[in-house]
Design a protein around this ligand. Sequence first.
Ligand SMILES: Cc1cc2nc3c(=O)[nH]c(=O)nc-3n(C[C@H](O)[C@H](O)[C@H](O)COP(=O)(O)OP(=O)(O)OC[C@H]3O[C@@H](n4cnc5c(N)ncnc54)[C@H](O)[C@@H]3O)c2cc1C
Length: 486
Amino acid sequence: MDEPLRTDVAVVGAGAAGLYAALVAADQGASVALVSRSPLAQTASYWAQGGIAAPLAAEDSPAQHAEDTLAAARDAARASAVRVLCEESPERLRDLQTLGVQFDADRGGNLALGLEGGHSERRVVHAGGAATGRRITRALSALAATHERIRVLEPLAATAIASHDGRAAGLTLRPRHGDPLALSARALILATGGTAALWERTTNPRGAVGSGLSLASDAGALLADLEFMQFHPTALRLDGPRDGFLVTEAVRGEGATLLDAHGERFVDELAPRDEVALAIETELRQSGDPAVRLDMRGVDIERFPNIAAALADVGLDPTRDLLPVAPAAHYTMGGIATDLDGRSSLPGLYAIGECACTGLHGANRLASNSLAECLVFGRRAALAATGEPAVTGAALIAEPDTPEAPSEATRGGLWRHAGLRRDAAGLGELLGDPYPLARMIGAACLAREESRGAHQRIDHPNTDRSLDLMHTLVGGDAAPRFQRWQ
Ligand SMILES: Cc1cc2nc3c(=O)[nH]c(=O)nc-3n(C[C@H](O)[C@H](O)[C@H](O)COP(=O)(O)OP(=O)(O)OC[C@H]3O[C@@H](n4cnc5c(N)ncnc54)[C@H](O)[C@@H]3O)c2cc1C
């Protein structure tokens, strides 16, 4: 076997979290290998529309942002992670500006601050209207590609984690064609994105199937809160490839309304996402319609050029037409369990961004907190990772014998049985799914015998207060167990 490639820090994933962490680690003097299996435009980060939340307004504060985040999270968030995010996000936003990202300004030249559901203040910063993710990933990837200490390895998929003396010590990387290769590193940072594309109807790119969660779990790291999948309320409901296209919450912040089959409003459009999504699901179940209507005729569409372009593609004119929308799987609140510096339960292995569970989002993520999370925890993990001890080497290890992508049957099963409303009978079906992560999600959903935020059990409709501030841990063959956030 060839000698493994060597680096100080290996980052898997080139979305906002991976790119930013790679830059921070390289600026600390570390050699960094940045591994990505897909082109940039296939990251969730590239697609992000709404923006980045940070308490920047004079009348706002980290404490107020934290209060909104905790309220949205339905008593299931880790207070320390919330505090870290709200205190550090303004500084991370300024870092991005220093790195060349231009955010939208108001007429006075100050950062324009948008309002989104669940936020009590205007605190969401955008770039290019609803092109925030695109602008950030473009700027960061240009910097990563030319950084002297960053080696970009793509298109390569990480397919297994190698351990040495009880620590993560390297990766097996597989090219599209040809033999796999080994990479050894002092620290591994997974930034592989979420799991929403495991569900049949999703706003996410098809690659968002939780491969980092599978890698970490196979290597022995614990996963947390897999039952908390956020369903975005307003994804286009169409036949064809634009089905699931997300219409950002920001349009509701600017006055767009949701209408039922009689043309009546039926929900507070700026309530947190779990409430709005459930109200729409109830409405659809009662009416038998496939979609409710989003009325954005009063919104200045020039502020959202990429939404206007996507709608034009399918023959919809938002200044005239009502838009058919319905919920779709959108954001993974759970993930690889980490501490506040991104450390997983396996020494040497870190997780950041959507693949991590810092406890920040609890049972329901507050809109626009996730890009901020990528930056805040991406930086903390990069700084911690550069301090890890050197390893002696990592062997190429056997790749697990699991399918790399879920089948359509798995995706359909998760949508039917772990959708907006669940029960034990349906969830039990998931325990026999061939895709291991689908089984773990089913087990976590079954273990949480209550309803809270994004996890609604028909057979357990009430919130169990004894589970407040608790998260679910899943690992190996052990049954899920609850633990209090520290
Ligand atoms: C349509 C849409 C709109 C959104 N809008 C907002 C918003 O306005 N504000 C907000 O805060 N959040 C928003 N979100 C959520 C946010 O975009 C994501 O949570 C965030 O971008 C995740 O970033 P990430 O870096 O963790 O992962 P991603 O951006 O998903 O990147 C994952 C990377 O990992 C790579 N990868 C995965 N597995 C492997 C493997 N095995 N080997 C090698 N590479 C691998 C992928 O190729 C990719 O490069 C939105 C999400 C979507 C889908």
